[in-house]
Every structure is written in structure tokens, then in C-alpha cells.
Design a protein around this ligand. Structure first.
Ligand code: HMG
Ligand code: MG
Length: 302
């Protein structure tokens, strides 16, 4: 299959990244990060999540962050909503897209959202209907599609089961997520294959954490199947509080560098993206978790 000529990236750093930081990050810094991402050419940004502040205190400023963003035409701002309560709160912030998030692993579903896979789908169904009726797009994140921190390897049949349920309730596109970054290219391809009977390749996004350093290889393996939507995180921020030891998403800088090097367009200005990553990394007091960002920053310094 020919490789896609263009890739759409969703930066999940403000949400997946900053949900996992121990130190408090003020809303003003989150807002500035979103502004810098859109200035770098990102046209999809996962901004925050409307989850319980007792579970994830880092996202308690969700409404404040959404209200503080100066929206740019042509940019899609998405937020996570685990249930009706989250959706009702989120809709006041007028997101372009909401994300319901389930898991291919029962144990992870319990740990992350405190219910079984079947119960999660029952909760999501009215949220999806209400969002679509309100003209809000709906994405479904599927966690643990290759491995689970509690159950180990996940069979592709589990992914197919979840993808089928997501389709049934009206989810428009899904993320095939490697939550713990343990996947390798053939396993990721099997997870995508298992999703394809329910969602065509244009409605599948790759979401790869880079814990074991496999995310770029997994991205390439997905591109080879025709996938052209990916999530990544500026400066490689990220992790899930309910997947201990898992590190961030693959950095947007690394993905953009690889794609541009392959002649695949992203619409992103790599230099401005590196600046955005340096901004948040400086705030957090560390180097960006991105080989490309470090290389470019070193080159600039030299
Ligand atoms: P629960 O405790 O079962 O909820 O949590 P509940 O309905 O029984 O309500 C209990 C309390 O929570 C009540 O408050 C509710 O009002 C409140 P109280 O009466 O005790 O004061 N509550 C809420 N508050 C604000 N917003 C809400 C909300 N819902 C209930 N939406 C729940 C269930 C889903 C809420 C909880 O488990 C939760 O918030 N989980 C979120 C976990 C999370 O955010 N994980 C990280 C994101 S997923 C991820 O990172 C993976 C991904 O990146 C893909 C990948 O890599 O795999 C997407
Ligand atoms: Mg994630």
C-alpha cells in the first residue's frame, strides 16, 4: 500500500501529558501551551478532560482552560468525557469534539473509570447521542489494545469486541491506543486489523505511548496500513495515572521529523513546535522527552 502523502496530528500534550504531572501546572501555562501548539500549525488539540477531580486533580481546571483559549479558525479542540456528568460540564465549554474512553482490558476499565467494559458502553451511549445531536463530533479512545498493565498481552479479539461496541453506539472515529507503550509493530498492526471491520482506515487514529521506545516504529507500521491520523504529545509529555510506569506519548517533534523526512506533509512548523515543547519543558524544569527536540535545541545552542 502506498504511504499516505499527508498526516493529521492531534496533539494530546495538554491533556494526556499534563494529567500526569505531579507538580501543579497553572491554567495560564496550559492555555499558553495550546496557543503555542496552534501557532506551530497543529489543527487538532486535546485540551483537557472533564473527569472527576478526585481521580485526576490535574484536570480540575478544565472549564477555566477551555474558557481561556483564544480559538483559531480551522482548529479542532477536543476534551475527554467519561460520563453524562462530564459531558454536561464539557458542553458549556463548547468543545468541537468529545472523547469517550474505554478499554480493551476489563481490569484497566475498572481501574481507570471504575466500571466494566459493558457498563462503560452503557454510560457512553447517551453521551454520544447527546453530543451528536448538539453537533459535537465524537471520538472513542480504546486503551490497552496491545497490552494492559494488569492483564498483560491483549488479544486482537478484545479490540474487535470494543471497536464493535464503539461503532454500535455511534462513535465516529476511534483511537487505537497502546497505553503502556509495550507494543511492537506487528502487534499494533493486529490491533488495527481488528478495528478495521468496524471503522475504516480514515477513522482510525494511532495513539502510541513510547515507554519501550517502539512508538515511531509502531507509527510507521500503521502508516504502512494506510492510517494517517495520529496522536502525539509535544515534548513527549504524558502517561496515564492508572497505568503506573507508562511514560508519555511519542513526542510530536519526533513524529513530525520522521514524517517530513519521508516527504509526508503535516502542516506543522517543526521549529515553532520545538519552541512550544521547550516552553512547557522549561516550566516543568526538565528537558523535552524527544530526541528530535533535544537535537534541534543542541544545534541551536551550538
Ligand atoms: P466514580 O467514582 O465511579 O463516579 O468515578 P460516580 O459516578 O460514582 O461519582 C462519584 C463522585 O465523582 C461524585 O462526587 C460525582 O459527582 C463525581 P461526590 O458526590 O463524591 O462529591 N463525578 C464527577 N466529577 C466531575 N466530572 C465527572 C464526574 N463523574 C463523577 N465527569 C469516573 C467514575 C469515570 C468519574 C472516574 O473513574 C474518573 O474520573 N476517571 C477518569 C480517569 C482518567 O481521567 N484517566 C486518564 C484519562 S484516560 C487515558 O489517559 C488513556 C488515553 O490516553 C488512551 C490511552 O493511552 O490508553 C485516553
Ligand atoms: Mg494516552
Amino acid at each position: 500500500m502506498p504511504l499516505p502523502s499527508r498526516v493529521q496530528l492531534i496533539d494530546v500534550g495538554p491533556r494526556d501529558g499534563l494529567q500526569n504531572e505531579k507538580q501543579p501546572v497553572p491554567a495560564s501555562v496550559k492555555i499558553e501551551l495550546v496557543h503555542r501548539l496552534q501557532a506551530a500549525g497543529l489543527t487538532e488539540i486535546e485540551v483537557t478532560s472533564f473527569v472527576s477531580p478526585k481521580w485526576v486533580p490535574q484536570m480540575a481546571d478544565n472549564a477555566q482552560v477551555m474558557a481561556g483559549i483564544q480559538r483559531q479558525a480551522g482548529v479542532r479542540y477536543s476534551v475527554l468525557t467519561p460520563n453524562a456528568q462530564g459531558f454536561e460540564a464539557a458542553r458549556l465549554s463548547k468543545p468541537d469534539e468529545i472523547v469517550v474512553f474505554g478499554a480493551a482490558s476489563e481490569a484497566f476499565s475498572q481501574k481507570n473509570i471504575n466500571c466494566s467494559i459493558a457498563e462503560s458502553i452503557e454510560r457512553f451511549a447517551p453521551v454520544v447521542q447527546a453530543a451528536l445531536a448538539a453537533g459535537i463530533a465524537v471520538r472513542g479512545a480504546m486503551s490497552c489494545t496491545v497490552g494492559c498493565p494488569y492483564e498483560g498481552d491483549i488479544a486482537p479479539e478484545r479490540v474487535a469486541y470494543l471497536a464493535g461496541l464503539m461503532k454500535q453506539i455511534g462513535v465516529q472515529r476511534v483511537d487505537v491506543a497502546d497505553t503502556i507503550g509495550a507494543g511492537t509493530p506487528l502487534k499494533v498492526q493486529k490491533a488495527i486489523e481488528a478495528t478495521l471491520p468496524y471503522f475504516d482506515v480514515d477513522h482510525i487514529c494511532g495513539h502510541f505511548h513510547d515507554t519501550y521506545g517502539q512508538a515511531l516504529a509502531n507509527t510507521l507500521a500503521s502508516l504502512q496500513m494506510g492510517v494517517w491520523n495520529f496522536q502525539s504529545s509535544v515534548a513527549g509529555l504524558g502517561g496515564c495515572p492508572y497505568a503506573k510506569g507508562a511514560t508519555g506519548n511519542v513526542s510530536t517533534e519526533d513524529v513530525v521529523y520522521m514524517l517530513h523526512g519521508m516527504g509526508i506533509a503535516t502542516g506543522i512548523d517543526l521549529d515553532k513546535l520545538v519552541d512550544a515543547g521547550a516552553f512547557i519543558s522549561d516550566f516543568l524544569g526538565r528537558q523535552p522527552n524527544s530526541n528530535v527536540a533535544k537535537a534541534i535545541l543542541n544545534k541551536r545552542a551550538g
